[in-house]
Write a protein that binds this ligand. Sequence first.
Ligand SMILES: Cc1ncc(COP(=O)(O)O)c(C=O)c1O
Length: 463
Amino acid sequence: MSFSIADLFSQHNSEKFELHENYLNNQMVRVLKTIGYDRNYTKAQGQYLYDQDNTEYLDCLSGFGVFAVGRNHPTVVKALQETLTLELPNLVQMDVSVLSGLLAKKLIETTPDNLQKMFFCNSGTEAVEAAIKFARYTTKREKIVFCDHGYHGLTMGSLSLVGDDIFREGFGPLLPECHPVPFNDLSALEAALKNSDVAAFIVEPIQGKGVNIPDDNYLPEVERLCKKYGTLFVADEVQTGIGRTGKFWAIDHWNVKPDMICMAKALSGGFVPVGGVAMTDHIMETVFNRMDRAVVHGSTFSKNNMAMAAGLATLQVMEDEKLVENCAKVGEEIIQQVNALSSKYEFLKEARGKGLMIAIEFHAPKSLTLKAAWATLEAANKGLFCQMITIPLFKDHHLLTQVAGHGMNIVKLLPPLNLTSKDRDWIINSFDQAIADTHQIPGSIWSLGKNLASHALKSKKGS
Ligand SMILES: Cc1ncc(COP(=O)(O)O)c(C=O)c1O
Protein backbone atom coordinates (compact mmCIF):
# COMPACT_ATOMS: atom_id res chain seq x y z
CA MET A 1 0.00 0.00 0.00
CA SER A 2 1.41 3.41 -0.86
CA PHE A 3 1.78 5.84 2.00
CA SER A 4 0.98 9.45 1.20
CA ILE A 5 0.88 12.42 3.55
CA ALA A 6 -0.96 14.39 0.84
CA ASP A 7 -3.72 11.74 0.85
CA LEU A 8 -3.87 11.64 4.64
CA PHE A 9 -4.13 15.44 4.76
CA SER A 10 -6.84 15.74 2.13
CA GLN A 11 -8.86 12.80 3.44
CA HIS A 12 -8.76 13.76 7.11
CA ASN A 13 -8.27 17.52 7.41
CA SER A 14 -11.96 18.03 8.10
CA GLU A 15 -11.71 15.59 11.05
CA LYS A 16 -8.94 17.49 12.80
CA PHE A 17 -11.06 18.97 15.60
CA GLU A 18 -12.64 15.60 16.32
CA LEU A 19 -9.21 13.93 16.39
CA HIS A 20 -7.98 16.50 18.87
CA GLU A 21 -11.11 16.22 20.99
CA ASN A 22 -10.59 12.47 21.16
CA TYR A 23 -6.83 12.10 21.36
CA LEU A 24 -5.21 15.42 22.30
CA ASN A 25 -5.94 18.53 24.34
CA ASN A 26 -9.68 19.00 24.14
CA GLN A 27 -9.52 22.40 25.89
CA MET A 28 -7.69 23.87 22.90
CA VAL A 29 -10.54 22.80 20.62
CA ARG A 30 -13.03 24.39 23.03
CA VAL A 31 -11.08 27.66 22.99
CA LEU A 32 -10.93 27.72 19.19
CA LYS A 33 -14.64 27.03 18.85
CA THR A 34 -15.59 29.58 21.50
CA ILE A 35 -13.70 32.41 19.84
CA GLY A 36 -14.52 31.30 16.29
CA TYR A 37 -10.93 30.51 15.30
CA ASP A 38 -11.89 26.99 14.17
CA ARG A 39 -10.88 27.06 10.50
CA ASN A 40 -9.71 24.34 8.15
CA TYR A 41 -6.49 25.77 6.78
CA THR A 42 -5.32 24.03 3.65
CA LYS A 43 -2.33 26.08 2.52
CA ALA A 44 0.26 28.54 3.82
CA GLN A 45 2.64 30.80 2.00
CA GLY A 46 4.79 33.64 3.31
CA GLN A 47 2.72 35.80 5.62
CA TYR A 48 -0.59 34.23 4.52
CA LEU A 49 -2.74 31.27 5.52
CA TYR A 50 -5.55 29.94 3.30
CA ASP A 51 -8.64 28.01 4.33
CA GLN A 52 -10.67 25.47 2.36
CA ASP A 53 -12.56 28.27 0.57
CA ASN A 54 -9.22 29.85 -0.37
CA THR A 55 -9.89 32.79 1.94
CA GLU A 56 -6.61 34.54 2.67
CA TYR A 57 -5.62 35.36 6.25
CA LEU A 58 -2.75 37.63 7.26
CA ASP A 59 -0.82 35.77 9.92
CA CYS A 60 0.16 38.27 12.62
CA LEU A 61 1.09 35.49 15.02
CA SER A 62 3.61 33.57 12.87
CA GLY A 63 3.44 30.44 15.00
CA PHE A 64 4.47 32.46 18.11
CA GLY A 65 7.33 33.97 16.15
CA VAL A 66 8.85 31.03 14.31
CA PHE A 67 7.98 32.19 10.78
CA ALA A 68 10.25 35.24 10.61
CA VAL A 69 11.02 34.44 6.95
CA GLY A 70 7.39 33.54 6.25
CA ARG A 71 5.78 30.14 5.87
CA ASN A 72 7.16 27.58 3.44
CA HIS A 73 9.92 29.83 2.19
CA PRO A 74 11.29 28.27 -1.03
CA THR A 75 14.95 28.68 0.02
CA VAL A 76 14.33 26.87 3.31
CA VAL A 77 12.21 24.22 1.56
CA LYS A 78 14.97 23.63 -0.99
CA ALA A 79 17.64 23.39 1.71
CA LEU A 80 15.59 20.80 3.58
CA GLN A 81 14.74 18.82 0.45
CA GLU A 82 18.43 18.76 -0.46
CA THR A 83 19.41 17.67 3.03
CA LEU A 84 16.93 14.81 2.82
CA THR A 85 17.92 13.60 -0.62
CA LEU A 86 21.69 13.84 -0.13
CA GLU A 87 21.68 10.90 2.29
CA LEU A 88 24.14 12.75 4.50
CA PRO A 89 25.57 11.13 7.60
CA ASN A 90 23.44 12.53 10.42
CA LEU A 91 23.65 12.23 14.22
CA VAL A 92 26.67 9.96 14.04
CA GLN A 93 27.26 11.16 17.60
CA MET A 94 30.85 9.89 17.76
CA ASP A 95 31.62 12.58 15.20
CA VAL A 96 31.16 16.33 14.67
CA SER A 97 29.04 17.63 11.79
CA VAL A 98 29.96 20.27 9.26
CA LEU A 99 26.51 21.92 9.13
CA SER A 100 26.48 22.61 12.88
CA GLY A 101 29.99 24.06 12.58
CA LEU A 102 28.89 26.36 9.77
CA LEU A 103 25.73 27.50 11.56
CA ALA A 104 27.68 28.17 14.78
CA LYS A 105 30.19 30.28 12.82
CA LYS A 106 27.43 32.27 11.09
CA LEU A 107 25.60 32.94 14.35
CA ILE A 108 28.72 33.98 16.21
CA GLU A 109 29.39 36.51 13.42
CA THR A 110 26.10 38.19 14.40
CA THR A 111 26.63 38.33 18.19
CA PRO A 112 28.66 40.84 20.23
CA ASP A 113 32.41 40.17 20.06
CA ASN A 114 32.64 38.77 23.59
CA LEU A 115 30.61 35.71 22.53
CA GLN A 116 32.62 33.10 20.71
CA LYS A 117 30.98 29.72 21.16
CA MET A 118 27.62 28.08 20.39
CA PHE A 119 25.70 25.30 22.06
CA PHE A 120 22.75 23.81 20.13
CA CYS A 121 19.56 22.22 21.48
CA ASN A 122 16.00 21.72 20.24
CA SER A 123 13.83 24.53 21.62
CA GLY A 124 13.69 27.79 23.52
CA THR A 125 13.10 26.18 26.88
CA GLU A 126 16.08 23.87 26.35
CA ALA A 127 18.25 26.89 25.60
CA VAL A 128 17.18 28.40 28.92
CA GLU A 129 17.78 25.13 30.77
CA ALA A 130 21.28 25.04 29.32
CA ALA A 131 21.94 28.64 30.36
CA ILE A 132 20.84 27.86 33.94
CA LYS A 133 23.17 24.87 34.16
CA PHE A 134 26.09 26.65 32.47
CA ALA A 135 25.71 29.66 34.80
CA ARG A 136 25.66 27.50 37.90
CA TYR A 137 28.65 25.46 36.84
CA THR A 138 30.68 28.46 35.73
CA THR A 139 30.08 30.60 38.79
CA LYS A 140 29.78 27.79 41.37
CA ARG A 141 26.71 29.70 42.62
CA GLU A 142 23.14 28.46 42.93
CA LYS A 143 20.84 31.49 42.75
CA ILE A 144 19.16 32.67 39.56
CA VAL A 145 17.41 36.05 39.37
CA PHE A 146 14.66 36.67 36.83
CA CYS A 147 11.96 39.27 36.11
CA ASP A 148 8.31 39.52 37.07
CA HIS A 149 6.13 38.92 34.00
CA GLY A 150 9.05 37.22 32.28
CA TYR A 151 8.57 34.13 30.16
CA HIS A 152 11.32 31.61 29.56
CA GLY A 153 9.57 28.31 28.77
CA LEU A 154 7.64 25.60 30.52
CA THR A 155 10.05 22.83 31.51
CA MET A 156 10.88 22.69 35.21
CA GLY A 157 13.98 24.89 35.21
CA SER A 158 12.70 27.55 32.85
CA LEU A 159 9.25 27.44 34.49
CA SER A 160 10.96 28.36 37.75
CA LEU A 161 11.87 31.63 36.01
CA VAL A 162 8.40 32.40 34.67
CA GLY A 163 6.76 35.29 36.45
CA ASP A 164 3.15 34.31 35.74
CA ASP A 165 1.29 32.19 38.34
CA ILE A 166 -1.07 30.54 35.87
CA PHE A 167 1.84 28.59 34.37
CA ARG A 168 3.40 27.63 37.72
CA GLU A 169 0.38 26.78 39.84
CA GLY A 170 0.26 23.13 40.89
CA PHE A 171 3.55 22.12 39.29
CA GLY A 172 5.78 22.85 42.30
CA PRO A 173 8.10 22.51 43.99
CA LEU A 174 10.08 24.28 41.32
CA LEU A 175 13.82 24.89 41.17
CA PRO A 176 15.06 26.34 44.48
CA GLU A 177 16.91 29.64 44.71
CA CYS A 178 15.12 31.39 41.83
CA HIS A 179 14.25 34.96 42.78
CA PRO A 180 12.05 37.43 40.90
CA VAL A 181 12.70 41.15 40.62
CA PRO A 182 10.53 43.74 38.87
CA PHE A 183 11.49 44.32 35.24
CA ASN A 184 13.17 47.66 34.52
CA ASP A 185 14.00 48.22 38.21
CA LEU A 186 17.73 48.66 38.73
CA SER A 187 17.67 49.16 42.49
CA ALA A 188 15.72 45.91 42.97
CA LEU A 189 18.24 44.16 40.75
CA GLU A 190 21.20 45.57 42.67
CA ALA A 191 19.61 44.51 45.96
CA ALA A 192 19.20 40.98 44.59
CA LEU A 193 22.79 40.78 43.34
CA LYS A 194 24.71 42.61 46.01
CA ASN A 195 25.70 39.58 48.10
CA SER A 196 27.68 38.32 45.12
CA ASP A 197 25.98 34.93 45.34
CA VAL A 198 23.83 34.99 42.16
CA ALA A 199 24.88 32.78 39.25
CA ALA A 200 22.82 34.51 36.56
CA PHE A 201 20.35 37.24 35.85
CA ILE A 202 18.16 36.13 32.97
CA VAL A 203 16.07 38.71 31.16
CA GLU A 204 14.22 39.21 27.91
CA PRO A 205 15.50 42.49 26.41
CA ILE A 206 11.86 43.23 25.56
CA GLN A 207 9.36 41.17 27.52
CA GLY A 208 7.13 39.05 25.31
CA LYS A 209 4.15 39.02 27.69
CA GLY A 210 2.87 42.56 27.25
CA VAL A 211 5.71 43.77 25.02
CA ASN A 212 7.39 45.70 27.84
CA ILE A 213 10.30 47.84 26.67
CA PRO A 214 12.88 48.85 29.28
CA ASP A 215 14.25 52.36 29.78
CA ASP A 216 17.31 53.03 27.66
CA ASN A 217 19.71 52.83 30.61
CA TYR A 218 18.31 49.54 31.92
CA LEU A 219 20.25 46.91 29.97
CA PRO A 220 23.57 48.83 30.01
CA GLU A 221 23.20 49.11 33.80
CA VAL A 222 22.22 45.42 34.02
CA GLU A 223 25.49 44.61 32.27
CA ARG A 224 27.45 46.81 34.68
CA LEU A 225 25.76 45.44 37.81
CA CYS A 226 26.19 41.84 36.70
CA LYS A 227 29.93 42.45 36.11
CA LYS A 228 30.26 44.23 39.45
CA TYR A 229 28.77 41.32 41.41
CA GLY A 230 30.18 38.42 39.35
CA THR A 231 26.74 37.41 38.01
CA LEU A 232 26.35 36.17 34.46
CA PHE A 233 24.05 38.31 32.32
CA VAL A 234 21.83 36.07 30.19
CA ALA A 235 19.72 37.66 27.42
CA ASP A 236 16.78 35.46 26.51
CA GLU A 237 16.33 36.33 22.83
CA VAL A 238 14.22 33.30 22.01
CA GLN A 239 11.45 35.64 20.85
CA THR A 240 13.27 38.91 20.22
CA GLY A 241 16.24 37.45 18.35
CA ILE A 242 16.94 36.89 14.64
CA GLY A 243 15.62 40.22 13.44
CA ARG A 244 12.27 40.36 15.23
CA THR A 245 12.78 43.81 16.78
CA GLY A 246 14.35 45.51 13.75
CA LYS A 247 17.93 44.70 14.77
CA PHE A 248 19.42 41.23 14.46
CA TRP A 249 19.44 40.93 18.28
CA ALA A 250 17.29 43.10 20.53
CA ILE A 251 20.36 43.77 22.72
CA ASP A 252 21.79 45.63 19.68
CA HIS A 253 19.31 48.45 20.41
CA TRP A 254 21.32 49.15 23.56
CA ASN A 255 24.77 47.86 22.52
CA VAL A 256 25.13 45.58 25.51
CA LYS A 257 27.25 42.46 25.81
CA PRO A 258 25.59 39.65 27.73
CA ASP A 259 27.54 36.55 28.75
CA MET A 260 24.99 34.30 27.06
CA ILE A 261 22.23 34.73 24.47
CA CYS A 262 19.44 32.14 24.29
CA MET A 263 17.85 31.70 20.87
CA ALA A 264 15.34 29.41 19.12
CA LYS A 265 12.04 30.09 17.29
CA ALA A 266 12.88 31.93 14.04
CA LEU A 267 16.14 30.02 13.56
CA SER A 268 14.02 27.00 12.63
CA GLY A 269 12.75 28.61 9.43
CA GLY A 270 9.41 27.42 10.81
CA PHE A 271 10.25 23.81 9.99
CA VAL A 272 12.68 22.09 12.30
CA PRO A 273 12.78 22.74 16.05
CA VAL A 274 16.12 24.22 17.07
CA GLY A 275 17.53 26.19 19.95
CA GLY A 276 20.90 27.54 20.88
CA VAL A 277 23.01 29.44 23.37
CA ALA A 278 25.80 31.79 22.33
CA MET A 279 28.35 32.21 25.11
CA THR A 280 31.81 33.37 26.02
CA ASP A 281 34.82 31.12 25.55
CA HIS A 282 35.19 31.14 29.32
CA ILE A 283 31.76 29.59 29.92
CA MET A 284 32.26 26.92 27.25
CA GLU A 285 35.70 26.04 28.55
CA THR A 286 34.56 25.90 32.16
CA VAL A 287 31.55 23.65 31.55
CA PHE A 288 33.24 21.37 29.03
CA ASN A 289 36.60 21.41 30.78
CA ARG A 290 37.78 17.83 30.44
CA MET A 291 37.44 15.01 27.91
CA ASP A 292 35.33 12.96 30.31
CA ARG A 293 32.93 15.94 30.46
CA ALA A 294 32.63 16.33 26.66
CA VAL A 295 28.97 15.25 26.81
CA VAL A 296 28.12 16.62 30.25
CA HIS A 297 25.23 18.59 28.76
CA GLY A 298 23.48 17.95 25.46
CA SER A 299 20.60 16.16 23.84
CA THR A 300 20.35 13.33 21.30
CA PHE A 301 18.72 15.32 18.49
CA SER A 302 20.63 18.56 18.90
CA LYS A 303 22.73 19.61 15.89
CA ASN A 304 20.71 17.30 13.61
CA ASN A 305 21.27 18.11 9.94
CA MET A 306 17.71 19.18 9.20
CA ALA A 307 17.72 21.74 12.02
CA MET A 308 21.15 23.04 11.04
CA ALA A 309 20.13 23.29 7.37
CA ALA A 310 16.96 25.14 8.34
CA GLY A 311 19.05 27.56 10.43
CA LEU A 312 21.57 28.17 7.65
CA ALA A 313 18.85 28.73 5.06
CA THR A 314 16.97 31.07 7.40
CA LEU A 315 20.03 33.24 7.94
CA GLN A 316 20.60 33.34 4.18
CA VAL A 317 17.02 34.49 3.53
CA MET A 318 17.26 37.15 6.25
CA GLU A 319 20.35 38.52 4.52
CA ASP A 320 19.16 38.19 0.89
CA GLU A 321 15.79 39.77 1.53
CA LYS A 322 17.05 42.38 4.00
CA LEU A 323 14.34 41.26 6.40
CA VAL A 324 15.77 43.01 9.45
CA GLU A 325 15.65 46.35 7.66
CA ASN A 326 12.15 45.67 6.33
CA CYS A 327 10.98 44.69 9.80
CA ALA A 328 12.32 47.92 11.33
CA LYS A 329 10.65 50.06 8.67
CA VAL A 330 7.22 48.41 8.48
CA GLY A 331 7.08 47.97 12.27
CA GLU A 332 7.74 51.67 12.84
CA GLU A 333 5.03 52.61 10.31
CA ILE A 334 2.47 50.34 11.99
CA ILE A 335 3.22 51.75 15.43
CA GLN A 336 2.98 55.35 14.18
CA GLN A 337 -0.23 54.77 12.25
CA VAL A 338 -2.00 52.93 15.09
CA ASN A 339 -0.95 55.68 17.49
CA ALA A 340 -2.43 58.21 15.10
CA LEU A 341 -5.81 56.50 15.66
CA SER A 342 -5.74 57.05 19.41
CA SER A 343 -7.19 60.57 19.13
CA LYS A 344 -10.30 59.01 17.49
CA TYR A 345 -10.83 56.18 19.96
CA GLU A 346 -11.16 56.38 23.71
CA PHE A 347 -10.50 52.68 24.23
CA LEU A 348 -7.15 52.80 22.46
CA LYS A 349 -4.27 53.58 24.81
CA GLU A 350 -1.19 53.15 22.62
CA ALA A 351 0.82 51.06 20.22
CA ARG A 352 4.37 50.31 21.25
CA GLY A 353 7.15 47.95 20.31
CA LYS A 354 10.26 47.60 18.26
CA GLY A 355 10.34 46.19 14.76
CA LEU A 356 7.53 43.70 14.33
CA MET A 357 7.03 42.88 17.99
CA ILE A 358 4.13 45.21 18.66
CA ALA A 359 1.62 45.71 21.47
CA ILE A 360 -1.64 47.52 20.90
CA GLU A 361 -2.99 48.35 24.33
CA PHE A 362 -6.54 49.31 25.35
CA HIS A 363 -7.70 51.00 28.53
CA ALA A 364 -10.79 52.20 30.40
CA PRO A 365 -12.45 55.08 28.53
CA LYS A 366 -13.62 58.34 30.09
CA SER A 367 -17.17 58.68 28.77
CA LEU A 368 -19.82 57.10 30.96
CA THR A 369 -21.55 54.59 28.62
CA LEU A 370 -18.26 53.24 27.34
CA LYS A 371 -16.85 53.11 30.86
CA ALA A 372 -19.76 51.05 32.17
CA ALA A 373 -19.50 48.58 29.29
CA TRP A 374 -15.75 48.22 29.85
CA ALA A 375 -16.27 47.65 33.58
CA THR A 376 -18.81 44.85 32.95
CA LEU A 377 -16.30 42.98 30.79
CA GLU A 378 -13.42 43.53 33.18
CA ALA A 379 -15.52 42.24 36.07
CA ALA A 380 -16.25 39.02 34.16
CA ASN A 381 -12.63 38.47 33.18
CA LYS A 382 -9.72 40.89 33.13
CA GLY A 383 -8.48 41.35 29.58
CA LEU A 384 -11.77 40.30 27.99
CA PHE A 385 -12.13 43.55 26.04
CA CYS A 386 -9.27 42.45 23.82
CA GLN A 387 -11.28 39.48 22.58
CA MET A 388 -13.77 41.97 21.16
CA ILE A 389 -10.93 43.21 19.00
CA THR A 390 -9.20 39.93 18.11
CA ILE A 391 -12.40 38.03 17.26
CA PRO A 392 -13.71 40.52 14.66
CA LEU A 393 -10.16 41.09 13.39
CA PHE A 394 -10.13 37.41 12.55
CA LYS A 395 -13.72 36.85 11.49
CA ASP A 396 -14.36 40.03 9.53
CA HIS A 397 -10.89 41.19 8.52
CA HIS A 398 -9.04 37.85 8.30
CA LEU A 399 -6.21 38.98 10.54
CA LEU A 400 -4.83 36.31 12.87
CA THR A 401 -3.71 37.96 16.13
CA GLN A 402 -3.36 37.02 19.78
CA VAL A 403 -3.73 38.64 23.17
CA ALA A 404 -0.36 39.44 24.69
CA GLY A 405 -0.84 37.47 27.90
CA HIS A 406 -3.32 36.54 30.61
CA GLY A 407 -5.35 39.38 32.13
CA MET A 408 -4.07 42.17 29.90
CA ASN A 409 -5.90 44.32 27.39
CA ILE A 410 -3.15 44.10 24.84
CA VAL A 411 -3.32 42.69 21.32
CA LYS A 412 0.07 41.53 20.14
CA LEU A 413 1.40 41.50 16.60
CA LEU A 414 4.25 39.11 15.82
CA PRO A 415 3.98 38.72 12.03
CA PRO A 416 6.58 37.42 9.57
CA LEU A 417 9.28 40.01 8.88
CA ASN A 418 8.51 40.24 5.16
CA LEU A 419 5.30 42.29 5.58
CA THR A 420 4.61 44.59 2.64
CA SER A 421 3.05 48.05 2.66
CA LYS A 422 -0.18 46.37 1.48
CA ASP A 423 -0.10 44.13 4.57
CA ARG A 424 0.59 47.19 6.73
CA ASP A 425 -2.50 48.92 5.32
CA TRP A 426 -4.53 45.74 5.83
CA ILE A 427 -3.52 45.78 9.52
CA ILE A 428 -4.20 49.50 10.03
CA ASN A 429 -7.58 49.50 8.26
CA SER A 430 -8.68 46.38 10.10
CA PHE A 431 -7.78 47.80 13.51
CA ASP A 432 -9.43 51.09 12.60
CA GLN A 433 -12.73 49.37 11.82
CA ALA A 434 -12.58 46.84 14.66
CA ILE A 435 -11.88 49.57 17.23
CA ALA A 436 -14.56 51.84 15.73
CA ASP A 437 -17.11 49.04 16.18
CA THR A 438 -16.33 48.75 19.91
CA HIS A 439 -17.36 52.41 20.29
CA GLN A 440 -20.88 51.63 19.06
CA ILE A 441 -23.02 50.84 22.09
CA PRO A 442 -25.36 49.07 21.75
CA GLY A 443 -24.01 47.22 18.72
CA SER A 444 -23.29 43.75 17.46
CA ILE A 445 -19.83 43.74 18.93
CA TRP A 446 -21.24 44.33 22.42
CA SER A 447 -23.61 41.39 21.96
CA LEU A 448 -20.46 39.36 21.42
CA GLY A 449 -19.00 41.01 24.53
CA LYS A 450 -22.01 39.92 26.58
CA ASN A 451 -21.62 36.39 25.27
CA LEU A 452 -17.94 36.32 26.14
CA ALA A 453 -18.65 37.66 29.62
CA SER A 454 -21.25 34.97 30.27
CA HIS A 455 -18.81 32.27 29.05
CA ALA A 456 -16.14 33.69 31.34
CA LEU A 457 -18.46 33.74 34.35
CA LYS A 458 -19.63 30.17 33.67
CA SER A 459 -16.08 28.92 33.36
CA LYS A 460 -15.10 30.75 36.60
CA LYS A 461 -17.99 29.03 38.42
CA GLY A 462 -17.02 25.66 36.92
CA SER A 463 -13.41 25.90 38.05
C1 LIG B 1 11.50 34.67 25.65
C2 LIG B 1 11.17 33.21 25.53
N1 LIG B 1 11.97 32.32 26.10
C3 LIG B 1 11.73 30.99 26.01
C4 LIG B 1 10.62 30.53 25.34
C5 LIG B 1 10.35 29.06 25.26
O1 LIG B 1 10.57 28.60 23.99
P1 LIG B 1 9.94 27.20 23.50
O2 LIG B 1 8.46 27.40 23.44
O3 LIG B 1 10.59 26.94 22.18
O4 LIG B 1 10.33 26.19 24.52
C6 LIG B 1 9.76 31.44 24.73
C7 LIG B 1 8.55 30.98 24.02
O5 LIG B 1 7.66 31.69 23.72
C8 LIG B 1 10.03 32.81 24.83
O6 LIG B 1 9.23 33.72 24.28
